[in-house]
Design a protein around this ligand. Structure first.
Ligand SMILES: NC(=O)c1ccc[n+]([C@@H]2O[C@H](COP(=O)([O-])OP(=O)(O)OC[C@H]3O[C@@H](n4cnc5c(N)ncnc54)[C@H](OP(=O)(O)O)[C@@H]3O)[C@@H](O)[C@H]2O)c1
Length: 292
């Protein structure tokens, strides 16, 4: 079984960004800049924002972190996004999800201009991705493909089963895998899928983004399947000094003998998402400079 560690792949991506950012600075006399907005004090979101800040510092991207109170109005957030859209020094805008109930995620995704939409959630970028056009595309699925490439796992002609149909992971993952440069046969499962196991056991590559710790056991996999565990949930853990641990959707110990390759949680897909965010921010900055 091959352990598909994300950390070395993410480091390689970030190191490449770091070098390109040196060239960018020489050419344009500035650094790329990412604005990250966090509404509220969700501990998981705080941890993600911290990880993004650390990666920006590593590669040389300037970051502007905007912390807003949980009761921030939708109008206020949209006004801040509008200001960032107009700020010529800002290349990328990211609003950390989930948002409190008074704020519409749809309105936020629509408000960020496609050129600065480093998460790839704006409908223009979503449409471009589906049509196979060059665009800023969602970091997690893009990171999954980069990880498969790094470990020499091809998708050509393979049965790929994606469990989870979110706009963040499942849908863009399917959009990417059906393009002619990937040529996978894709099945997407969700809570209304009847007899889930019938689909998961046919998959050469199983991508799980559900958010239910240790839900996937060995009987749900085909022998020698490649397993990509996107799920990451904070669970109480009295044996850890921190009092909590991060768990994936897959029961790693149960499946490890049956699969041919598997991502660990943590240190699997999580670092890939952040590394691709750095790449997307640099791409956004380059696109903006080149179109001036
Ligand atoms: N590592 C990373 O960088 C990264 C990035 C993004 C997300 N994540 C993690 O990935 C997980 C999923 O995230 P998300 O944003 O995609 O979540 P989400 O929006 O809550 O979507 C979860 C999906 O799983 C499906 N689902 C839930 N229970 C199921 C079941 N028993 N059988 C089949 N399908 C089921 C849901 O189906 P319905 O649509 O029918 O409700 C939904 O489509 C979370 O743990 C999240 O933290 C990790």
């Amino acid at each position: 079984m091959i352990l598909l560690l994300g950390t070395p792949v993410a480091k390689a991506i970030k190191d490449e960004c770091k070098l390109k950012i040196i060239d960018f600075q020489v050419k344009y006399n500035r650094l790329p800049q990412l604005a990250v907005i966090l509404v509220g004090d969700n501990p998981s979101s705080q941890s993600y924002v911290k990880g993004k800040r650390k990666a920006c510092d590593y590669v040389g991207i300037k970051h502007k972190d905007i912390f807003l109170k949980e009761d921030t109005s939708e109008k206020k957030l949209l006004t801040i996004i509008e200001e960032l859209n107009l700020d010529d020094k800002v290349d990328g805008i990211l609003v950390q999800l989930p948002l409190p109930p008074q704020i519409s995620e749809t309105k936020v995704n629509d408000a960020i201009i496609p050129e600065k939409d480093v998460d790839g959630f704006n409908p223009v970028n979503v449409g471009s991705l589906l049509l196979g056009r060059k665009s800023l595309s969602p970091c997690t699925p893009k990171g999954i493909l980069k990880m498969l490439d790094y470990y020499g796992i091809t998708t050509e002609g393979k049965n790929v089963c994606i469990v989870g149909r979110s706009n963040l992971v499942g849908k863009p993952m399917a959009s990417m895998l059906i393009q002619k440069d990937r040529n996978a046969t894709v099945t997407i499962c969700h809570t209304h899928t009847r007899n889930l196991i019938e689909f998961t056991t046919k998959a050469d590559i199983l991508i799980i983004a559900v958010g239910k710790p240790s839900m996937f056991k060995k009987e749900m996999l085909k022998q020698n399947a490649v397993v990509i565990d996107v799920g990451i949930t904070m669970v109480n853990d009295s044996s850890s000094i921190k009092g909590y641990a991060w768990k994936g959707d897959v029961d790693f110990e149960d499946v490890k003998e049956k699969c041919s390759a598997i991502t660990p949680v943590p240190k699997g897909i999580g670092p890939m998402t952040i590394a691709v965010l750095m790449e997307n921010t640099l791409d956004a900055a380059l696109n903006r400079e080149e179109s001036k």
